[in-house]
Design a protein around this ligand. Structure first.
Ligand code: GCU
Length: 351
């Protein structure tokens, strides 16, 4: 059985076991009638996302500890992000963190935040994501699919990194196989930039780089250190093509089953996740850049981003034509872009 199939079978088995456990109430002793709240994500236990979810666990248990026992599962323990979204959808788990990229296959509204060069600065990105008139219609749009977004998490700026080809111009990307996230927008972006898009789950990237199935990938700086990609890829190039948030999603039935007092406490908890994650993110990115340069020997490059932008910008009009309902939200983001123009220095991911 191939590794991918094995993982899928593994996740299905896990879903089955979790479901059986939930029905049988396992994990709680006879005296412990607390409901287990399962949250899955695909990052390590050092990652800002994990630290923020532990703060959530502590907060919920300090307020509602007699009723809920929160358990955080890191490192794809519950499956790949795609699998975890499906587990959240069916209610086999209560929450998971998914990249915005993947959610576009569940609701077209999410396509918007996946557009390359949508935000001109991290300030414009943060202000847009903090504006509920922008995120509201998007976050609610998956209700019919069984889940809802409850907050967003910073995932910095995505840039290309390669095993042995420094990317300084579009020419350099020609013919290279680059891993992208599994979404139509990301595949189109890669094609427009001239590389060959190889969509795959995050957990498979390291081995694929190591075995030369792909020539490179694209992500924030933490992928170099936390996921070890910088052990294989020695060039990281700040073309700044996307700022794609991670999204904490929750199962609808679980959220709707909370009393209004409980929901208010959970909402406080979601706000805490966002706050802690963003604080931790700034430190983590600085750290990752330092470690990648000094311990892994990664060279950071700062190409002229304009040709990259020009190649991708037609995707904005294309999206607006396809989804005209998203135009007012797109315009609201442009207002933040004017308010917070591009930063002078590049490579300030997450600051
Ligand atoms: C980032 C992001 C993850 C995502 C990953 C990827 O690490 O935070 O949510 O899964 O990129 O490229 O797949």
């Amino acid at each position: 059985m191939k590794r991918k199939e094995k993982k899928r079978v593994g996740a299905l088995l896990l879903a089955f076991v979790l479901l059986a456990c939930m029905l049988a109430g396992c994990g709680s002793s006879a005296a412990d009638s607390r409901q287990i709240v399962r949250i899955g994500h695909n990052q390590s236990t050092n990652h800002p996302t994990h630290i923020a979810l532990l703060a959530f666990e502590e907060y919920i248990e300090s307020e509602l500890g007699d009723k809920y026992d929160v358990e955080v599962f890191p490192s794809e323990l519950l499956g790949s992000q795609n699998e975890m979204v499906q587990l959240t959808q069916t209610g086999a788990i209560n929450f998971c963190v998914a990249s915005n990229s993947l959610l576009e296959t569940f609701s077209e509204n999410y396509t918007l935040f996946n557009l390359p060069y949508l935000f001109v600065s991290s300030e414009a990105y943060h202000a847009s994501m903090d504006d509920e008139s922008i995120t509201g219609p998007i976050f609610e749009s998956t209700r019919q699919a069984g889940f809802e977004a409850v907050t967003w998490l910073d995932a910095g700026t995505r840039n290309f990194y390669t095993v042995n080809t420094p990317i300084e111009t579009l020419e350099d990307l020609k013919g290279l196989k680059i891993r992208v996230q599994q979404s139509p927008t990301n595949v189109e972006m890669m094609e427009r930039l001239g590389g060959s898009a190889t969509p795959m789950g995050f957990g498979e990237v390291y081995t694929s780089l190591q075995s030369h199935i792909i020539d490179g990938a694209e992500n924030n700086e933490m992928a170099l250190t936390d996921n070890g990609h910088g052990d294989v890829c020695k060039y990281y190039s700040y073309d700044m093509h996307q700022m794609i948030p991670d999204i904490l999603i929750g199962n609808n039935d679980f959220l709707e089953g909370l009393s209004s007092e409980e929901r208010a406490i959970f909402d406080e908890g979601f706000a805490l996740v966002n706050q802690v994650q963003r604080e931790e993110w700034v430190k983590a990115v600085e750290n990752a850049k330092d470690r990648a340069a000094n311990e892994q020997g990664v060279t950071f490059l700062y190409p002229d981003t304009e040709p990259f932008q020009e190649a991708c910008l037609p995707m904005h009009d294309e999206m607006l034509e396809k989804y005209p309902d998203l135009a007012p939200i797109y315009e609201a983001i442009q207002a933040y872009n004017e308010m917070y123009p591009a930063e002078e220095t590049q490579g300030g991911s997450g600051e």
